[in-house]
Design a protein around this ligand. Structure first.
Ligand code: C2E
Ligand code: MG
Ligand code: MG
Length: 544
């Protein structure tokens, strides 16, 4: 049997559009009228001859022809009227279609394509008058939460209200556009010698958009980040200006949102760098260029090595070693972090297979990964595949990570703990709402952020914070690890304050798999080989 073919609906072009048919109806009526005049004249002259000159009576066929003619004229006229109406309706529909194609239906603003067309005209107008065009990209901050929490109807109402705010803040004759979602653009002409006029407009816009929005019975607080590009330096076409303004808008977001930023070339370089990191990472992760290194964690009282924190390192074939501050944020933004993290875990578990079973591994989990409902299963699967006991594993989660979706974080942490994995709250004291998190989630450990530890001996504030965190851990029955111990003096002070574990350069920099293995071998901490003379490492010995 012949397989089903997709059915093609043949849309044949209209063989005679109404304009042409209207024209033919007119020609038809004109011809009928001419015929009517001819037949009418014959009827009249034969009637006159019959009445006054005794001529023959009017021929019946002439009268019938005359009547037929009149019917034809009437038919032609009605047809012409009907076709005129059709032409009018069609013109109105075309005009509406054009409007819809050029406008955003929700706000009535231009869309991306029509901004391109109208923007090109604005650019040439500005060039003729020796002026410049400012193009602003306006992106709402955290708009997704409005949609998620209140639904799309409320989201649409907020967008309409934002559009009204934007239109009100713009100078007359400005172009306003919405690109879909929560991204808007505006363009207007300004005197290139006075960019402060653009500053004033942008400032006013940021302030007005930060006002609470009453929409669909809701009161929402929403802010916007704005990027600005100018035609005399940042791009000669609307497309180029949009790209520059977009880069500037990301700069405003990075700068803390609810603000505006002008485009500058450094932003473009940073973006190119970021894109290089992203494309590099896509190759590096599967190629095994991102590897774990191990930072020793020690029991502060005894100096005994208790395990390692696993830290990712990227050895680039040409750029050399790249630190996680550069690639982890990019991996998080691009969704590569899941693969990266699993790859690091698998390598670390495989490396630790023949290490002393008393040594634990702490792995870092990104905020983004806590949105993955399967995270706990993936981690456990990786331990099983590598034959690494889950009770030797600790995951470190930063505070900010827990804000996003507390319920999901609770369920992930619960699943991990059920399998014997311990969970530490990393970088404690740097985020916010720390105490709320400590209550909401069943942590096994708190890690004091290195910023407080590094300055423990020089800053009374840091000392007070460290003391308070250790006291908090004590009263909640949570052991505390301090990171960033760079000297024996800091280690001693921490031990005196009651801090249980520590890590930092005083105990050694993070080392590769091979170097860590060599060090463990020398200390007899590899299964199958032991050296009882080197059971511990102490900060004093390593520093000294
Ligand atoms: P973190 O988890 O707080 O890791 C501790 C950081 O402090 C590490 O930096 C470590 O090298 C550094 N550090 C440790 N001791 C000292 C010290 O005594 N002095 C100083 N100045 N620094 C010290 P690193 O390796 O650059 O990692 C930075 C951050 O990158 C980590 O902070 C962690 O948040 C993230 N990270 C690293 N590896 C991974 C990973 O595999 N996955 C995820 N999601 N994040 C990772
Ligand atoms: Mg950590
Ligand atoms: Mg940390």
């Amino acid at each position: 049997m012949e397989p089903d073919r997709p059915r093609v609906i043949d849309v044949a072009p209209d063989p005679s559009p109404p304009e042409r048919r209207q024209w033919w109806a007119l020609v038809f009526s004109a011809a009928a009228t001419l015929l009517f005049l001819g037949v009418g004249a014959a009827v009249v002259s034969s009637a006159v001859a019959y009445r006054f000159a005794g001529g023959p009576p009017i021929e019946r066929s002439l009268v019938v022809a005359l009547l037929l003619n009149m019917a034809l004229i009437l038919f032609g006229w009605f047809r012409h009227r009907a076709l005129s109406e059709e032409v009018r309706l069609r013109a109105a529909a075309e005009e509406r279609a054009q409007l819809l194609a050029a406008r955003d239906p929700l706000t009535g603003f231009l869309n991306r394509r029509s901004l391109g067309e109208s923007g090109a005209a604005l650019l040439s107008f500005a060039a003729r008058r020796k002026m410049a065009v400012a193009l602003l990209i306006v992106d709402l901050d955290h708009f997704k939460t409005v949609n998620d929490m209140h639904g799309h109807v409320a989201g649409d109402a907020v967008l309409r209200s934002v559009a009204i705010g934007i239109a009100a803040a713009m100078p007359p004759a400005a172009l306003t556009a919405r690109f879909g979602g929560d991204e808007f653009a505006c363009a207007f002409v300004f005197d290139a010698r006075h960019p402060e006029t653009v500053d004033a407009i942008a400032r006013r816009l940021v302030e007005s958009l930060a006002q609470p929005v009453e929409a669909d019975g809701l009161r929402c607080h929403i802010t916007a980040s704005i990027g600005i590009a100018r035609s005399d330096s940042d791009g000669a076409t609307i497309d180029a200006l949009m790209r520059s303004a977009d880069i500037a808008m990301y700069g405003a977001k990075k700068g803390g949102r609810n603000r505006y930023a002008w485009f500058d070339r450094a932003m473009e370089r940073a973006l190119n760098d970021r894109n290089d990191v992203e494309s590099g990472l896509r190759i590096a992760i599967p190629a095994g260029q991102v590897t774990p290194c191990f930072e020793a964690q020690v029991d502060l009282a005894s100096g005994r090595l208790s395990g390692f924190e696993v830290l990712a390192r990227w050895t680039h074939p040409t750029h050399g070693e790249i630190t996680p501050d550069r690639f982890i944020p990019v991996a998080e933004e691009t969704g590569l972090i899941g693969d990266l993290s699993l790859s690091i875990m698998r390598q670390a578990f495989a490396a630790a297979r023949d290490w002393d079973p008393g040594l634990s591994l702490s792995i870092n989990i990104s905020p983004v990964q806590l949105r993955d409902a399967w995270l706990a299963q993936k981690i456990i699967k990786a331990t099983i595949e590598a034959g690494f006991a889950p009770n030797r594993l600790e995951v470190e989660i930063t505070e900010s990570a827990l804000f996003d979706n507390l319920a999901l974080a609770q369920s992930i942490i619960g699943s991990l703990k059920n399998q014997g994995v311990r969970v530490a709250l990393d970088d404690f004291g740097t985020g916010y709402s720390s105490l709320a998190h400590l209550r909401a989630l069943p942590f096994d450990r708190i890690k004091i952020d290195k910023s407080f530890v590094l300055s423990l001996l020089d800053s009374a504030d840091s000392a007070a914070i460290v003391k308070a965190i250790i006291g908090l851990g004590d009263s909640l029955n949570l052991p505390v690890t301090a990171e960033g111990i760079e000297s024996a003096a800091i280690a001693e002070r921490l031990a005196a304050l009651g801090c249980v574990k520590g890590q930092g350069w005083a105990y050694g920099r993070p080392t590769s798999i091979a170097d860590t293995r060599r060090m463990l071998g020398a200390r007899g901490l590899l299964r199958g080989g032991s050296d009882p003379d080197v059971p511990t490492i102490t900060s004093r010995r390593l520093v000294g």
